[in-house]
Write a protein that binds this ligand. Structure first.
Ligand code: FRU
Length: 485
């Protein structure tokens, strides 16, 4: 048995419900000034089960207010993952009083009937209360889930992408009213395979560094196991979509594109219906791994979301790549900056000017002749989590092999992102007591890992092995946004 998480070790600016179990983000949608974050939630305990749609809202993506459960399980059917849209033209007919309804499309999981099928629910009061309309799409499968729905303007239709999980396939349906769905196409297996594919998404993005006006579609899908971090993780494909079929870009394929190289980035999906003045594509992931999700030593809530991240699709020498950065709203939590400070790193660890466990660091690193550079977080009992750079191996990594007391065999590991270092690397590091999110070179690679402490406050140091490195560091303490878990 491991000690419960102490109150001062709870993350302060990453969302978690006040208590109990949470997994995937669901129904990310913006409506009338509010960002909605629904999520897989068990109101009865801190392990998976009794899935309901929990609910939180925010006006800035940073300060969240937890609301009552949005969509409950029924006697036979749990409310599994799905999405939500604003039905602007009231195509569903669910709207009342001239205002567009919010419509949620989610998986009804019926274990007795061995059936997973897609359900629709709607709200006419800004997501506060929901009416379950009922099942709208079944293919008679026990593993058909996680519908992501969006409006496709060119064909004037709703599009749903879901998974046939065990077949490692994404399936696409279309509709004019969110109730009657017609099969359009299937994608996969492709790229990385696992026991299942889950939580797909499909969205269009402008290409940074591409031909003038170039736009591409991203199909993202998560794997329950067998991902780059050792367990659950996500991959994506880039190509075209005509409203019915996703076609990967020519030359695409071969090497898997991972969303994140850590162990704790899963089920990420993007927001629907951001206001038209906001051209961003934003996603949130569940900071967990199914291998150990149910036994991570936190209490009274178990499960945490990543910070919302803004995406760019960049054309690199290496093909199209998703680039991720924390949404700029997060900067509102910054306290007074420390630095920029010039650091000279060698064998003896030097303390970094960072106070405590809620912080953001921006470090421009000149690796010099060092063989390895380490930014080390040490807790009161000497447990250490390292963000490291290995210049000759072209690696940035998070090492949590000595992060804290043992609670699961799959946890103590090192997670590596391949990065061409060429003498320099820029790291942006977010730490929130028990989670580290590393954004490498402006977000071209990310590593998301949780770590659990033996106790006591965190202190920061940096060192270099086998040579000398220099760095320019700016660090900010981050305030608690009051919604941490
Ligand atoms: C992904 C997932 C989904 C499913 C939900 C159930 O983590 O397994 O496929 O809808 O969680 O809670």
């Amino acid at each position: 048995p491991v000690a419960a998480q102490r109150a001062d070790e709870r993350p302060g600016y990453h969302f978690a419900p006040a208590r109990n179990w949470m997994n995937d983000p669901n129904g990310l949608v913006y409506y009338d000034g509010e960002y909605h974050l629904f999520y897989q939630y068990n109101p009865h305990g801190d392990r998976w089960g009794h899935m309901n749609w929990g609910h939180a809202v925010s006006r800035d993506l940073i300060h969240w207010q937890e609301l009552p459960i949005a969509i409950p399980e029924t006697r036979d059917v749990m409310a599994f993952s799905g999405s939500a849209v604003v039905d602007w033209k009231n195509t569903s007919g669910f709207g009342r009083g001239g205002k567009p309804p919010l419509v949620a499309v989610f998986t009804g999981h019926n274990p007795k009937a061995k059936l997973q099928s897609q359900y629709v629910a709607y709200s006419n009061d800004r997501g506060r209360t929901w009416i379950v309309h009922g099942e709208v799409l079944s293919v008679g499968s026990a593993e058909f889930r996680d519908p992501k729905v969006f409006w496709h303007e060119a064909t004037k239709r709703w599009v749903m992408i879901a998974v046939m999980a065990l077949e490692n396939r994404a399936v696409i349906f279309t509709s004019t009213d969110l109730k009657q769905w017609t099969f359009a196409s299937s994608f996969g297996p492709a790229g990385a395979r696992g026991r299942n594919w889950e939580c797909p998404d499909l969205f269009e993005m402008p290409v940074e560094g591409g031909a003038k006006g170039e736009r591409k579609w991203v199909l993202s899908v998560n794997l329950g196991d067998n991902a780059v971090g050792g367990g659950s993780g996500g991959q994506y494909f880039v190509g075209g979509f005509d409203g019915r079929t996703f076609t990967p870009a020519p030359g695409w394929g071969g090497e898997t594109r991972w969303m994140d190289y850590g162990a704790d980035f899963y089920a990420a999906v993007t927001y629907n219906d951001l206001p038209s003045r906001d051209p961003r594509r934003i996603w949130i992931g569940w900071a967990n791994d199914w291998r150990y999700a149910e036994v991570i030593p936190t209490w009274p809530s178990r499960g945490l979301m990543t910070v919302p991240r803004s995406l760019t699709l960049r054309r690199t020498a290496d093909g199209y790549r998703i680039v991720q950065l924390p949404v700029q709203e997060l900067q509102a939590l910054r306290g007074a900056p420390r630095g920029p400070t010039a650091l000279k790193l060698g064998d003896a660890p030097i303390p970094l000017p960072v106070d405590g466990g809620k912080a953001e660091l921006e470090m421009d690193l000149d690796v010099g002749d060092a063989e390895q550079i380490a930014i080390t977080l040490t807790d009161g009992q000497g447990w250490q989590t390292i963000v490291g750079v290995n210049p000759t191996g072209n690696e940035v990594f998070v090492d949590r092999t000595r992060s804290g007391p043992h609670f699961h065999d799959g946890f103590a590991n090192r997670h590596v992102a391949p990065v061409e270092i060429k003498g320099k690397v820029r790291l942006r590091i977010l730490v929130d007591e028990s989670i580290v999110e590393v954004f490498v070179n402006g977000g071209e690679q990310t590593i998301t890992d949780r770590f659990f402490r033996g106790g006591g406050p965190l202190s920061w140091s940096a060192s270099a092995r086998g040579g000398t490195a220099t760095a320019n560091l700016t660090a900010w303490p981050l305030q608690n946004s009051g919604t941490g878990g």
